[in-house]
Ligand binder design. Structure first.
Ligand SMILES: Cc1cc2nc3c(=O)[nH]c(=O)nc-3n(C[C@H](O)[C@H](O)[C@H](O)COP(=O)(O)O)c2cc1C
Length: 215
């Protein structure tokens, strides 16, 4: 399917068919797409918790009432968590990945890469906005997630309608220097889901309202 067509037809699922389950291998493929999300300085300051079964049920206290039925009827919930502050061990892991990928053929390049990534991370620590910056990167991943799902015919719901503190607590995120950015659920739409684009047309501002071309 053409990307534009995909974006025109993807929508936020409000009612899932609980009897239709997303295959684990397909969910893994969606997460593999998410792994490729671009981030500032390739910092990848996040971690994803893919919940199903009892682990997903255990997160229910962290979900706002108005989202509960869609949460319950979905197959998977992904908690996107972002780093709260600069972590040297995380930076080392990213550098190791760079090295394994063959991007750092010399010791000088490795040092330069480590320094520049540390420089940007430190800037956000000094500005006091590291958490906010990391959360922005997490939202990039959220976008990848829902579009990847749509490309594979899986429906999804991005959820800010959550109790962030509760989700943090249930997954014991602060111990891991993480905090919740967002939750996304995955499943298959109920036949009569009222938010489908053929029932409730998609609405956006016009291209003229949104885009100014300056030449
Ligand atoms: C960051 C974010 C948080 C959202 N939170 C919720 C939510 O908690 N519950 C819900 O049903 N929809 C939620 N939505 C869905 C939006 O309302 C929806 O994306 C928007 O109205 C556009 O509709 P569409 O996704 O169907 O094109 C969220 C969307 C985004 C991007």
């Amino acid at each position: 399917m053409d990307l534009l067509e995909l974006l025109q037809t993807r929508y936020t699922t409000k009612h899932y068919d609980a009897s239709k389950k997303v295959d684990e291998a397909l969910m893994d493929k969606i997460m593999e797409c998410v792994r490729l999300t671009p981030t500032s300085t390739n910092h990848q300051p996040y971690h994803f918790f893919v919940l199903s079964g009892e682990a997903k049920d255990a997160l229910r206290p962290g979900i706002k009432d108005f989202n509960m039925s869609r949460y319950d009827d979905s197959t998977y919930a992904v908690v996107i968590a972002n780093l709260k502050s600069l972590s040297e061990s995380h930076l080392e892991a990213v550098l190791e990945a760079d090295e394994k990928a063959g991007r750092l053929p010399t010791a000088e390049l490795k040092e330069a890469q480590a320094k520049s990534r540390m420089f940007f991370a430190n800037l956000h620590m000094e500005n006091g906005d590291f958490n906010e910056w990391a959360c922005k990167q997490a939202y990039m991943a959220m976008t990848t997630m829902v579009y990847a799902a749509a490309a594979y015919g899986v429906d999804s719901t991005m959820m800010e309608g959550i109790d962030y503190g509760k989700v943090d607590e249930i997954l014991e995120l602060s111990k891991k220097n993480l905090t919740t950015s967002c939750v996304v659920t995955f499943g298959y739409r109920a036949e009569n889901d009222s938010n489908q684009v053929n029932i409730r047309p998609k609405s956006r501002l016009t291209i003229e309202q949104l885009v100014t071309k300056l030449k």
